[in-house]
Ligand binder design. Structure first.
Ligand code: UDP
Length: 383
């Protein structure tokens, strides 16, 4: 094989490694990808009937406070000034998220000031304030009090994880802030926006180089594939971003993942819900949220009489499903430890990305981590 590096997986992590190794280190890189497209779960395409850009694997919002990641992404695309906001339906009402002063005042039918609202929450959080906040339920109640927890978190979390919030780690909820102002921006990062001409154009520009070749529909772990583990490892350096357990034939057992199902619909209206994302907090509604894609790009020309929506459902992944969220149970952590030891012994192979490290990574985290791997590869080449 006439290349210096094989990157397995064309998601954001793999593409960043490929682009930097080619562009900065002058390496010849082959990227092999099992799917028929690049971009991993951030892949987007135009829905054929309406021409509206849809994120095939669920809503992807780019945001970062990391200046080098922001500068790096801006080399390949400009970003719109889209600011993400999320609303949630509880009972027959729509409330703003993350939980903020507007949510609290609407919920309590009152007009509390920031300090009054904070006192109200403190009152309802007293139960767990000084004690054990090791599980999601205790942690959430310590932050927002029992009433808000039961309205906005308990049902949603149970649907997303199919587990009792008492059995889930507190870290899951760390993503959801509470604010005593009327600021309802979903993210608090310095930079935020959507790629002006879509995610896929952004990713295509990253690999627009003579030194990068892409092979789609090539499953690296299938011996029948043109480029596979058997005929590659040991002969050329590999960056592997596929599922960690599959790389080792699941010798230590399977790592568990949550997957998402999307029910797609083209609806006969120019505006179905008035915003991009509405969460459904109650357990009586089986889906987690409804995404209406046109609202991600208000600057574009869209049909006036049709819109594309996707309802998102969450469930435990079987081996043949797309893995999305690591479950990270106690058993998983034990299994992961064994795979990490095996990975360390695998010479010439670097494991990275969400699937390769069994860590939930936002897009900016995948880029940052890929840039660090390339720094390490560069340092090694100069010694
Ligand atoms: N969450 C919640 N209610 C909501 C939205 C989020 O309780 O309406 C909690 C829930 O426990 C979830 C976590 O916050 O697992 C992270 O949710 P988010 O929607 O930010 O995750 P994403 O799927 O967008 O990465």
């Amino acid at each position: 094989m006439n290349v210096d590096l094989v990157v397995v997986g064309a998601g954001l992590f793999g593409l960043t490694v490929a682009e930097r190794c080619a562009g900065r280190l002058g390496m010849r890189v082959l990227v092999v990808e099992a799917r028929r497209h690049i971009g991993g779960n951030a892949y987007s395409e135009l829905e054929p009937e309406t021409g509206i850009e849809v994120h095939r694997y669920g809503a992807h919002l780019f945001h970062t406070s990391n200046e080098s990641v922001w500068a790096y992404a801006n080399r390949f695309t400009r970003f719109t000034d889209y600011v993400h906001r999320v609303y949630t339906r509880h009972g027959d009402e729509i409330f703003p998220l993350p939980i903020n002063l507007a949510t609290i005042n609407q919920f309590t039918r009152s007009a509390m000031s920031p300090s009054e609202a904070a006192a109200w929450v403190r009152d309802r959080a007293a139960q767990y304030r000084d004690g054990d906040v090791s599980n999601l339920e205790r942690k959430a109640i310590s932050l927002i009090g029992r009433d808000l927890y039961e309205a906005f978190v308990r049902g949603y979390t149970a649907k997303q994880w199919e587990a009792d919030p008492m059995d889930l780690p507190a870290t899951v909820i760390a993503r959801l802030p509470v604010r005593y102002t009327y600021d309802n921006r979903y993210f608090s990062d310095t930079h935020e926006g959507l790629p002006v001409d879509g995610y896929t154009r952004w990713f295509e520009r990253m690999i627009d180089s003579d030194r990068v070749e892409i092979l789609l529909g090539n499953d690296f772990l299938d011996r029948r594939s043109a480029v596979n583990k058997h005929n590659t490892v040991g002969r050329v350096e590999v960056v592997y971003t596929g599922p960690l357990d599959r790389y080792f034939d699941r010798v230590a057992g399977g790592l568990t993942w949550r997957t998402l199902d999307f029910a797609w619909e083209v609806v006969p209206t120019g505006d179905y819900q008035g915003t991009a994302v509405i969460n459904y907090a109650d357990r009586s509604i089986p889906y987690l949220r409804t995404i209406e894609f046109r609202h991600f790009h208000p600057e574009r020309d869209h049909p006036r009489d049709r819109s594309v929506i996707a309802r998102e459902y969450s469930r435990l992944a079987r081996p043949e499903d797309e893995p999305y969220y690591p479950v990270n149970s106690t058993m998983d952590r034990h299994t992961l430890h064994r795979y990490r030891n095996l990975a360390r012994q695998e010479t010439g192979v670097h494991f990275g990305g969400r699937l390769g490290t069994y860590r939930y990574l936002d897009m900016h985290m995948a880029i940052a981590s890929a840039l660090r791997v390339v720094d390490r590869l560069a340092a090694r080449r100069t010694v």
